[in-house]
Design a protein around this ligand. Structure first.
Ligand code: SF4
Length: 326
């Protein structure tokens, strides 16, 4: 079975954007690949180093989110990044194979620094593509599911691995990107991105009444000031969600909206009902794990132990080739 590495930064609970962009395919892929789910707590530190309690709690939260959508703990391996020393060692070794210029000119890094409002970058933040390369390769993952915006990182990872293999005669797997074909889900406020820090997200764990409220406040066609005026679904955030989560009814909603046969209140009610019907089974599963946190902890501990065994074996071979092992 080929290995796939995916994961989440534990900086809060996961939302519908994560669900659409990554979790749905993760659930399907677990049957075809040896799936490693990295809970990237070290990477979370690159931006949230001053909030260790949030990261600690979120390790549980993101693991429960993954379990609630249908990741099977018998099939997938949950890995706590900070507890895998081979990742840290590889990060250090790889850092000799990348220049500061390569990192500072990486378009994804530049965009992310801008999003976080950084005028200066810490060494850890700047170097996270290097640590990401170690995340992917400590277990010789073959594939990494990514969005288009992450492609420069994977390209850099491949370059680092190629140079490293050439230099030391190692046979570290050059990872391939598995680009998600699913578009990004916009935020409820119409922002092109749904984000934990943007206050425009629906979380997988939100209760039904919270979802009803959030959908009621979502942005629609702002020119539609009365139910009697025909709407334009093409500029409506709510309609984007209808297409994604309510595809069977969306064409009819579109036509009714254009002909002023449905009002935004009714349209939002339909959407909230649909979302709640999708999320209710996840909430139930999550509630079970919330009451059995020890079990969640055990999944992470056991998965990390497996990852450590794999990582140690690979790193021992790498160190032999590098002549750093006596
Ligand atoms: S009826 Fe629905 S699709 Fe049309 S503008 Fe209102 S919320 Fe958007």
């Amino acid at each position: 079975m080929k290995k796939i590495l995916t994961g989440d930064r534990p900086t809060g609970k996961l939302h519908l954007g994560h669900y659409v962009g990554s979790l749905v395919s993760r659930v399907a892929l677990q049957h075809q690949y040896d799936t490693m789910i990295l809970v990237a707590d070290v990477q979370a530190l690159t931006t949230h180093f001053a909030r260790p309690e949030l990261i600690y709690d979120s390790i549980y939260e993101v693991t429960m989110d993954n379990l609630s959508v249908g990741l099977d703990p018998e099939k997938v391996t949950f890995v706590q990044q900070s507890q895998v020393p081979s990742i840290a060692e590889l990060t250090l070794f790889y850092s000799m194979f990348v220049t500061c210029n390569q990192l500072s000119h990486n378009p994804t890094i530049k965009t992310e620094a801008k999003n976080y409002g950084y005028t200066e970058m810490t060494y850890g933040f700047l170097g996270y593509p290097v640590s990401q390369t170690a995340d992917i390769t400590f277990c010789n993952a073959d594939l990494v599911p990514v969005g288009e915006d992450q492609l420069p990182h994977i390209e850099l990872s491949r370059k680092i691995v190629r140079k490293f293999n050439e230099q030391y005669g190692t046979s570290i797997t050059e990872p391939e990107a598995k680009v998600s074909t699913v578009g990004r889900l916009c935020g409820l406020d119409g922002n092109s991105k749904m984000g934990k820090s943007l206050g425009n997200a629906i979380y997988l764990s939100d209760p039904a009444d919270v979802i009803n409220q959030k959908v009621r406040n979502a942005v629609t066609d702002t020119n539609r000031i009365s139910v009697k005026i025909p709407g334009n679904p093409d500029v409506c955030t709510v309609y984007t969600y209808q297409k994604t989560f309510n595809p069977d009814e969306a064409p009819n909603i579109c036509s009714m909206c254009k002909n002023a046969q449905i009002g935004c209140v009714a349209c939002k009610k339909l959407l909230a009902e649909k979302l709640n019907s999708i999320l209710e089974p996840m909430r139930e599963k999550r509630s079970y794990y919330e009451q059995h946190r020890d079990l969640v902890r055990q999944f992470i501990v056991d998965g990390t132990a497996r990852a450590n065994a794999i990582g140690k074996e690979n790193l021992d071979q790498i160190k032999q080739k590098m002549h750093v092992a006596l």
